[in-house]
Write a protein that binds this ligand. Structure first.
Ligand SMILES: [Zn+2]
Length: 197
């Protein structure tokens, strides 16, 4: 787990590894303690760091899969470009107020898109809506987290349908789920120049 943030009171209704007594403590460290309480045989590596282009390779070295739940395009695209270059499957999960999006990407493959094919060369606007302004329902975060966990286990073990190149969108207002196919962009700055494997 890579996270440089500290637990705050308004995280607690959706970030269920943390409790009131953890406010102010490093999230990665508290999460490690929560997992150890659940099952001391799980090996949990807490990296208290902010992922960037300079440290991404070292932080995720040796990973079989990356599950990205970060909250900004700058980080998400750094993660995606590195996952594509290093041939590490990426499960990307994001939520808006009433929408959750979960996708699995193996962009180094000739016929499969990367996350950047989906969002383009996106950037974070200065006036971008944020969780603290709009509010996030804990139940929506829970649905997104469970779906992302399911897709991560699927990508690692290979049960059911191959999820790569599809985006699952949960609409909490209906509620309903739909799946769209993402097309590989030949001019993508993340995977367009990858030698096919
Ligand atoms: Zn791409």
């Amino acid at each position: 787990m890579i996270d440089d943030d500290a637990v705050s009171l308004d995280n607690l209704q959706r970030q269920i590894l943390f409790g009131t007594g953890d406010v102010g403590r490093a999230k990665a460290e508290v999460a490690a303690g929560a997992v150890a309480r659940l099952n001391p045989d799980v090996r949990f590596e807490a990296r208290q760091a902010r992922l960037d282009a300079a440290n991404v390779a070292g932080l995720v070295a040796g990973a079989d899969l990356i599950l990205d739940g970060s909250d900004n395009f700058a980080t998400r695209l750094i993660v995606s470009d590195h996952a594509t270059a290093a041939h590490i499957p990426l499960v990307a999960a994001a939520i808006g107020q009433f929408q959750a999006q979960i996708g699995t990407f193996r962009g180094w493959r000739a016929d499969e898109p990367c996350y950047r094919c989906f969002v383009g060369d996106a950037f974070d606007a200065e006036d971008c809506d944020s969780c603290s302004e709009l509010g996030v329902l804990g139940a929506m975060a829970g649905i997104a987290g469970s779906l992302a966990a399911l897709e991560s286990i699927r990508a690692l073990t290979g049960f059911g349908a191959d999820p790569a190149g599809k985006l699952h969108i949960f609409d909490g207002l209906v509620p309903a789920m739909r799946t769209i196919r993402i097309v590989k962009d030949p001019a993508c700055n993340g995977c367009g120049n990858q030698p096919p494997t």
